[in-house]
Design a binder for this molecule. Structure first.
Ligand code: ZN
Length: 230
C-alpha cells in the first residue's frame, strides 16, 4: 500500500496507519520508551548508563535519552534503576559508581548480596555524624507514618521486623543503637532469626574496637541520646 492510503505515521517507529484514531492508540517499543522517560527508574537507569560509559569505556560526553532508548542494554539499566529506586541505597550516587566499577555483570547488579556487601562496608567505615543524622531521619520518617508518635519512641515501639530491615539496609546505625539504652533494649527483644539477619551490621567485635578508638564520638552519641531521651 502507498503512503496515501496510510497517511498517519507513527513518529517513533515509522509505521503508517489508515485512520488517525488507530495511530493515537498505537503503541510500540520506541514510543513506550519515550513516554517512560520521566519515570524515576528510567532516570536512574540513564544515570547508571552514563556512569557505565564514562567509568568503563572512558566516554567523555553524556549519552542522550535517544541513545539510551535505542541501547540493547536499556531494559537491564532500567531494571537496575527500579532496584535503586526501591532499595534507596545509602549514598545512591556512590552505590551506582560502586556497581559500575565492580566488574560484576550487568544482569547481577540487582542482587541483594551486591547491595548488602556495599552497605556493610559503608556503615562500618562512615563517620559518626552522617550515621547519626541518617538514623534520626529514619526515625522521624517512621514517626510521620505513625499517628502522632514522637520520633524518640522508635526503639520502644517500632515493629521489630521493620527495625531489622532498617538496620540491615543501613538506615539505622549501630553507632546509635549500641550507645543508648532504648536501642540496646530493642536489640534484647530480637529473636535468633532476627539477630542473624542483622549480625553483619551489629558485629560486636568490630564496634567494640571502633568505640574504644573513638571515645569522643561515642560521647557525642551519648549526649545526643540523652538530650533526645532515647
Ligand atoms: Zn510506533
Amino acid at each position: 500500500m502507498s503512503n496515501s492510503e496510510k497517511p498517519y505515521i507513527c513518529e517513533y517507529c515509522g509505521v503508517g496507519f489508515t485512520r488517525e484514531k488507530t495511530l493515537a492508540v498505537h503503541m510500540c517499543q520506541p514510543k513506550r520508551r519515550f513516554l517512560q522517560r520521566g519515570e524515576k527508574r528510567v532516570q536512574l537507569g540513564l544515570i547508571a548508563f552514563n556512569k557505565f560509559y564514562k567509568l568503563s569505556a572512558g566516554s567523555k560526553k553524556d549519552k542522550t535519552y535517544d541513545e539510551f532508548d535505542k541501547s540493547p542494554y536499556y531494559n537491564a539499566f532500567v531494571k537496575f534503576g527500579s532496584f535503586v529506586s526501591n532499595v534507596r541505597p545509602l549514598y545512591p550516587e556512590k552505590y551506582i559508581d560502586h556497581v559500575v566499577t565492580s566488574g560484576v555483570k550487568l544482569d547481577h547488579w540487582c542482587r541483594e548480596e551486591m547491595y548488602e556487601k556495599y552497605a556493610i562496608n559503608l556503615i562500618k567505615k562512615e563517620g559518626v555524624e552522617t550515621a547519626l543524622e541518617r538514623s534520626v531521619m529514619t526515625m522521624m520518617e517512621w514517626a510521620d507514618e505513625q499517628e502522632q508518635a514522637p520520633w524518640n519512641h522508635y526503639f520502644k515501639y517500632v515493629s521489630l521486623n521493620r527495625a531489622v530491615w532498617h538496620i540491615r539496609d543501613g538506615k539505622i546505625s549501630p553507632w546509635l543503637i549500641l550507645n543508648c539504652t532504648s536501642g540496646k533494649d530493642m536489640l534484647g527483644k530480637f529473636n535468633d532469626e532476627q539477630l542473624e539477619i542483622i549480625y553483619p551490621m551489629i558485629d560486636p567485635e568490630h564496634w567494640a574496637i571502633r568505640f574504644k578508638r573513638q571515645p569522643n564520638d561515642v560521647q557525642l552519641v551519648k549526649d545526643v541520646a540523652k538530650e533526645s531521651n532515647l
